[in-house]
Structure formats: structure tokens, C-alpha cells
Design a binder for this molecule. Structure first.
Ligand code: ADP
Ligand code: ADP
Length: 227
């Protein structure tokens, strides 16, 4: 797991005049689960995508594990991302879906098989490897997406509103599983949500964004409990 640092990062899209992210500096410790919380349009997803290298900064610097990755493309950063819509390949089995990214990362057949097996075990889906995504519940599909990101053993794991397609009961379960796995493996996780209750439940630290800047930053206790 690696730390993530922003030094005066600004992102201005295309011809827009207002920055989506405005001069943000932050340091995320390795091995922590940090939530970016805030209303729609405040810049959370843009922040996440800049960590992943899916958007390039307009100005400023991004460091992962102390190394400057500002100009590195997504493929050269040791980061994986779990999206809101889990985007599994419908014609591939669960195991094939999890193995898919490993092939591109240059792992051999044996290691690919072993990692996929371990990943599915971690999310409690060992018995589902031969099924197609359509034969799984929404919660199970989301767990496959988590496994697919985990098996790459990234330095940083990013979640963009991972639970928004699930009903309330499943949301609670899957977020608890994500938190358990994160703690068990000591992963650095940056987790985007607009749901305060969700942020309070899973985070070591919450960064509240508003209008492209950081409005508040602290542990759940510091932010939401009265002294
Ligand atoms: P959040 O994730 O908090 O909802 P975003 O980071 O998606 O916020 O968006 C921040 C701002 O940037 C919004 O004003 C949004 O309209 C704008 N924005 C996001 N993506 C793009 C894009 N690809 N092109 C232009 N503007 C964008
Ligand atoms: P979700 O991931 O949506 O929470 P569950 O884990 O509750 O789903 O299980 C969804 C369905 O799969 C249920 O019908 C359950 O009985 C079945 N199921 C759960 N675990 C196993 C398993 N190890 N082998 C076969 N079927 C299972």
C-alpha cells in the first residue's frame, strides 16, 4: 500500500472557466480508508480520476508512494478502480472476469489462476467462479468487481460510489465487506460517496468537498461528534 499526495492540484475541463478541483493539497496515509464526501458536482470523481490517471491535472502535482506520477498515464500507475456500474463482461464467467485484468498485467497462467481463486475467496464467491454475471445477485456482481480490482494488488484502490446500484440492505453488507478486506490487507483506499452515513460507517478519515475545494477534513469522530 502507498500514500497519496496532492500538491496544489487544479483541474479545469476543456473550455470551462470554473475549476472542477481548485488548488487542493492533501496527504493520504498508506493503509487507510479515506472517503471523499460531498454533494453532486463538488469535484469528488474528478479527484479520484486524477489519482487513477484517467484525467490529467491542469496544474499541481500528484505523488503516489512519494513518487511523482503527475505525468504518468493510467497504465503506468499502480492503481485500480471500482466503478459505480460494475461493468462485468456478460459473456465471461465470474472467474474469467476476475482473470481479465491480470492477463494485461503480464502475470503467467498459473499466477493468474491462483490470484483469481484467492480474490474470489476473499469476497466470499469461491463457489461462483463458473457462473455468468447474469446468474448472480447485484451484491454478488459488485463483489466480483471488487475481486477484479483486488487481485491486481494495487498500491492504491479507488472506489467511485461503488454501492449506488444496490438496495439499502445490500449497501450495508457490501460496504462492511469492503472495509473488512481493506483492513485485513492493509490497503490504501480512496472512496467516493455523497452518502454521509456510508462515509461515517467505513472511513478512517473523511474529506468533505464543496465547490471544488476541501471544506472539512478529519476522522468521523472529529467531524460528526460533539466534544
Ligand atoms: P462529483 O463527483 O462530486 O459529482 P465531478 O468531479 O464529477 O463531481 O464534477 C465536478 C465539476 O466538473 C462539475 O461541475 C462537473 O459538471 C464538471 N465536470 C466533470 N466531468 C467533466 C467533463 N468531462 N467535462 C467537463 N466538465 C466536467
Ligand atoms: P448477495 O450477494 O446479493 O448478498 P447472497 O450472498 O445473500 O447474495 O446470496 C444470493 C443467493 O445465492 C442466495 O439465493 C443464496 O442462497 C445463494 N448462495 C449464497 N452463497 C452460496 C454458495 N456458497 N453456494 C451456492 N449458493 C449460494
Amino acid at each position: 500500500a502507498a500514500s497519496v499526495e496532492f500538491k496544489n492540484v487544479t483541474k479545469i475541463y476543456g473550455k470551462s472557466t470554473a475549476p472542477a478541483v481548485n488548488d487542493i493539497s492533501l496527504f493520504i496515509e498508506a493503509g487507510k480508508l479515506v472517503t471523499l464526501l460531498g454533494p453532486s458536482g463538488c469535484g469528488k470523481t474528478t479527484t479520484l480520476r486524477m489519482i487513477a490517471g484517467l484525467e490529467m491535472v491542469t496544474s499541481g502535482q500528484i505523488l503516489i508512494g512519494g513518487a511523482d506520477v503527475t505525468r504518468l498515464p493510467a497504465t503506468d500507475r499502480d492503481v485500480s478502480m471500482v466503478f459505480q456500474s460494475y461493468a462485468l463482461f456478460p459473456h465471461m464467467t465470474v472467474t474469467q472476469n476476475v482473470e481479465y485484468g491480470l492477463g494485461f498485467s503480464g502475470f503467467g497462467k498459473k499466477e493468474t489462476t491462483e490470484r483469481a481463486r484467492a480474490g474470489l475467496e476473499l469476497v466470499g464467491l469461491s463457489n461462483f467462479g463458473d457462473r455468468l454475471p447474469s446468474q448472480l445477485s447485484g451484491g454478488q456482481q459488485q463483489r466480483v468487481a471488487v475481486a477484479r480490482a483486488l487481485v491486481l494488488e494495487p498500491q492504491v484502490l479507488l472506489f467511485d460510489e461503488p454501492l449506488s446500484n444496490l438496495d439499502a440492505k445490500l449497501r450495508r453488507r457490501v460496504r462492511e465487506e469492503i472495509r473488512e478486506i481493506q483492513q485485513k490487507l492493509g490497503l490504501t483506499v480512496v472512496y467516493v460517496t455523497h452518502d454521509q452515513e456510508e462515509a461515517l460507517a467505513v472511513s478512517d478519515r473523511i474529506i468533505v468537498m464543496n465547490n471544488a475545494v476541501i471544506a472539512q477534513d478529519g476522522t468521523p469522530r472529529e467531524l460528526y461528534e460533539q466534544p
